[in-house]
Ligand binder design. Sequence first.
Ligand code: ADP
Length: 464
Amino acid sequence: MNNSLSVIGNQEWCAFEQLQIPAIKARVDSGAKTSSIQAHNIKRIFRNGIAWAEFDVNPIQDNRSVSVHCSAPIIDTRIIRSSSGETQKRFVIRTPMRLGEQVFDVELTLANRDAMDFRMLLGREAMRDRYLVNPAESFQFGDYSQNQVDDFYQHLIHEKSGLRIAVLASNKELYSNKRLMEAGKARGHEMFFYNIQQCYMRLDAKTPEVRYRGGSILDNIDAVIPRIRPSMTFYGCALLRQFDSVGTYCQNSAASISESRDKLFSSQLFSKNGIEIPLTGFAKSPLDTKDLIDMVGGAPLIIKLLNSAQGKGVVSAETSKAAESVINAFKSLQANILVQEFIKEAEGKDLRCFVVDGKVVAAIQRQAPQGEFRSNIHLGGTAARVRITKEERRMAIKAAKILNLQVAGVDIIRSKKGPLLLEVNSSPGLEGIENATGKDIANEMIMAIERKLKYAPLQAQPQS
Ligand code: ADP
């Protein structure tokens, strides 16, 4: 054992003078090779022919309103695959780091929006020949109080006078909900999280109300972002109608959410409005099963339960015989089902286009795991950013418009006939698509609310 090595704990304060980051708390992570720092708005620029990265860092944990603008030469680019399968291209920079008394160069990858709490991870490369990790200890090189940290960044803290925006959902800890809360705060808004189940309503012609746990009346909220899981559609939509009647803007309306949750109804709306969908059949009586199958071109076929989600109620049938038994079995359970032509040439891929306020703000291609045709990430599918065609973009925007959704996840499958619309999700998740594209979608959603409410944001905060 080398006694000249100093002991490092499981978390430590680091400083990067050149990046103007006087203090950032790092998780010591001997499982990672390279160190990483959480960055956003990452851009590559050229200075005298040399590639530099410009990026913003929120150095304080759980506080996205303090943002340091940084730049450094890019020394490498690496493809990182996350545990959930998304791939991401990351820039690597090299910069001096101070830890206690020591200052030395470290390589940092610019990580974008992992759902991790620490703003920085200190990996093996930086620690080799310098430190021994004692996981039972922390802050071996000194600790700071919250006040001291705030003092470091005092010049970046600005007055707030934003909107009052509520995220209406079921689980505060979900990535999407956390991101919306922090994106709103970062733009200077006051953010509230309301659990759908803990809201209740007073119906009255003169003074309708929405109340929350403990009796507080929610009468001064400017906007609600609904994030309603399928099992909460009925109550969640009732609440949204109530918010609407007390004058709160709902980013997606109750009517559009319930329409989007009815696959048959929304498919009827799409075909009525000239959007191509896979050839689809729907019937009630088992007497017609054979003709139903013929009508959509015979096997192979996809059979979908009308109220499925995350690919759970979607099965394929290779032969007409198999299709017939599955359909009859579902029918005997009184389930409502759709029968659809199988788009074989898609090879288990589909597109997810994220639409905010009439624009596709990000798109990914999802790929089903081997031996599976459903590309849902929950089933082990992978995702990567993708360039979509004009036609696909138009289709995604039109589908969101038909359902009158301000925010929509539009799923499109590429067939030999061209793009076909699979479905539209009114509470699309942010995690997979933000991680795969590096886009700040939560921020786009907040900005769309500002535009709707004609809110003029504060001047950009000073960044010295
Ligand atoms: P859910 O609403 O449960 O997610 P989807 O209708 O989106 O169900 O289907 C789940 C997955 O199955 C899709 O993401 C797609 O990869 C695949 N899939 C759906 N319909 C078809 C089809 N007609 N042909 C080929 N693959 C399909």
